[in-house]
Ligand binder design. Structure first.
Ligand SMILES: [Zn+2]
Length: 225
């Protein structure tokens, strides 16, 4: 459960909050760009808007589909690690509904990724009139949405892919066996992505993966025989 942080605005009647870790994330990015003067800070600001805008679109995917399927309303939190939609209503729905709500988030990023790719490849005339930094922003938005879709769909718990795997496994099994198998898949995938992150010196990714691995390990201690 995220800390409430600060209320930002409502989108489609969902309240959006920036939690404390998100504030720290933005502070860090701006601090790192201080040396670049106003141009550096403006670039960092645009990047923050691009990344949180894409994360917000992802969470709205979950929230809008969830509301349609009777999950009630959700509070959306933006944080250091991304975002989360916290439901106020009952969420123990059918497996089909759970799968739809889970996959709606990454699906939004896939659609946005395709959209920004097309804008890059076939820029409408008005885009080429815009400042190069705004053209660069379209390239950033393409990459951010590609990464958000790819990362979230990995079968790592509690990412969307890991949750979808548990829901899919629930068609065949129950209880601690289900959790054990999903955690084994999660550990194997974490290992592979960690190899990639370490070999390409992606420190931020290493940090996130280590955090998830620790959570998985704690849950493993509860279900292992
Ligand atoms: Zn998601």
């Amino acid at each position: 459960m995220p800390t409430r942080g600060i209320y930002l605005f409502d989108v489609a009647r969902f309240p959006v909050y920036l939690d404390t870790s998100g504030l720290i994330f933005i502070g860090l990015i701006l601090l790192l760009q201080m040396g670049g003067g106003m141009v550096g800070i403006l670039g960092a600001f645009l990047w923050i808007v691009a990344i949180y805008g894409s994360i917000l679109a992802h969470e709205l995917g979950h929230a809008v589909v969830g509301r349609r399927l009777g999950y009630g309303t959700a509070d959306i939190y933006l944080s250091f690690f991304g975002g989360v939609a916290v439901w106020s209503g009952r969420t123990s729905r059918s497996r089909r509904d759970q799968l739809l709500v889970t996959l709606a988030g990454p699906a939004v990023n896939v659609v946005l990724c395709i959209l920004f790719y097309l804008l890059m490849r076939f820029p409408p005339p008005f885009i080429s009139l815009l400042a190069p930094s705004l053209q660069g922003l379209i390239g950033d938005l393409y990459w951010i949405n590609l990464m958000l879709a790819a990362f979230n769909i990995l079968p790592i718990f509690p990412l969307d892919g890991g949750q979808a795997l548990r829901t899919a496994l629930a068609y065949r099994m129950r209880g601690s066996r289900l959790v054990r198998i999903s955690l084994q898949v999660s550990f194997a995938t974490l290992g592979l992505v960690m190899l990639y992150a370490v070999s390409s010196s992606r420190i931020f990714l290493v940090f996130i993966l280590a955090q998830i691995a620790f959570q998985n390990w704690q849950e493993w201690q509860q279900v292992r025989r």
